[in-house]
Design a protein around this ligand. Structure first.
Ligand code: ADP
Length: 364
């Protein structure tokens, strides 16, 4: 049974013209589309320009040998899935083993045997097309899953807003018994938690959409976000300050998404800082970038979890952290947004002392 959905394109990498011609001649009956290169570098250039299904490569070549070609193919996500069959001198087991370790799919010895060449090419191609089909199916399922999540989150947003509105009204009702008030406050807490999850899922589903960049002032954005969250800080008696130069910090960015990042870092700082703590937002600008830091003197983060907190759904499992509700999505969304702006987001922290989250985006 053949899994070839289209005429396969093969790249033959061989510096010896006669060997190259012989391989092409042997493969001619299969009517493949054949490209050629005389060393690894030429092969890499071709791989970046054309859609290649399989590479048959010599090992010892000038400019770039087969080992370096294999290493380059394996380290490039867009090429990794292309099988490479290496052709080595007869009995050269060491070279073959090294190539297999480097990720070669199969090997052939010289002088090349026509039947073996055809069998191995067909076999590697069939495996490749099966993998391609599986990947396409997974991608389809993933897209469907994203659509379901975003539709559900959308549909839940409005009823949730109404529930929260009516809860507010109930809480304001003076005739409520103390017990009932306590129950309603519980309902409010859980509704708030659900709302946060819905908001995170919505943000997650919107990440694929193109950025709407505009020239804007980051200081203004940070100050308005601070005001949005001031009540939350005041409730915990946390001192919230902003240190920024009086001059404008102008850059091109997607205002709503960067607001989402600042808001997440700031609400985390308030959430994971005990009462009477301090949170400071600092904004600085250099010639080619602007930097925002949110520093707190709160719970801090264990050293071995500093990287992991940027993974989706990752939360620190310590009781003092888990006492605060969260989804574990905020930082992974923030990181994606900053990377979409060609910037970087990082954290410095000490457990029990505090944390400083910073991001930097280019100004140009
Ligand atoms: P969450 O919704 O859980 O807050 P995030 O992705 O925003 O999700 O953060 C992931 C985890 O990182 C949090 O659960 C928390 O344990 C930790 N964290 C984030 N910000 C801080 C901070 N300022 N201080 C201490 N821990 C933090």
């Amino acid at each position: 049974m053949s899994y070839q959905p289209h005429v396969a394109t093969l790249l033959i990498v061989e510096d010896n013209v006669s060997t190259r011609e012989l391989i092409i001649e042997y493969l001619r009956p299969q009517k493949y589309h054949i490209l050629v290169a005389s060393n690894g570098q030429e092969a890499l250039d071709t791989l970046h320009q054309a859609s290649v299904d399989l590479v048959v490569s010599d090992i010892l070549m000038p400019v770039m040998d087969g080992y370096s070609l294999l290493a380059a193919v394996q380290s490039d996500l867009s090429l990794k899935n292309i099988p490479v069959i290496v052709v080595s001198a007869i009995g050269d087991l060491q070279s073959v083993l090294r190539c297999l370790e480097l990720g070669a799919d199969d090997y052939l010895y010289k002088p090349i045997n026509r039947v073996l060449l055809m069998a191995r090419v067909t076999n590697s191609l069939e495996k490749k097309f099966l993998r391609d089909r599986e990947m396409a199916r997974l991608q389809e399922i993933n897209t469907m899953k994203d659509q379901v999540v975003s539709t559900l989150a959308h549909e839940m947003k409005n009823p949730l807003a109404l529930i929260m509105g009516f809860i507010e009204l109930l809480i304001e009702d003076a005739g409520l018994s103390p017990d009932s008030r306590e129950y309603v406050q519980h309902i409010q807490r859980y509704a708030f938690q659900m709302n946060e999850l819905v908001q995170d899922l919505l943000d997650l589903s919107k990440l694929d959409i193109t950025l709407h960049k505009e020239r804007a002032d980051i200081v203004r954005l940070c100050k308005s976000t601070i005001e949005d969250l001031r009540l939350l800080a005041t409730q915990k008696h946390i001192e919230l300050t902003c240190e920024a130069s009086d001059t404008l910090c102008i850059a091109e960015f997607d205002v709503e998404r960067i607001r989402r990042v600042v808001s997440n870092l700031l609400s985390n700082a308030i959430k994971y800082t005990p009462k009477e703590g301090h949170v400071t937002v600092t904004i600085t600008q250099s010639d080619d970038s602007l930097q925002v830091s949110v520093q707190d003197d709160g719970l801090g983060i264990p050293n071995d979890e500093l990287e992991r907190i940027f993974e989706s759904f990752y939360r620190i499992k310590r009781p003092e952290h888990m006492a605060n509700e969260g989804t574990g999505l905020g930082l992974s969304i923030a990181k994606t947004i900053i990377e979409q702006h060609n910037g970087r987001l990082w954290v410095e922290s000490e457990l029990g002392v505090g944390s400083k989250f910073s991001f930097e985006i280019p100004c140009a």
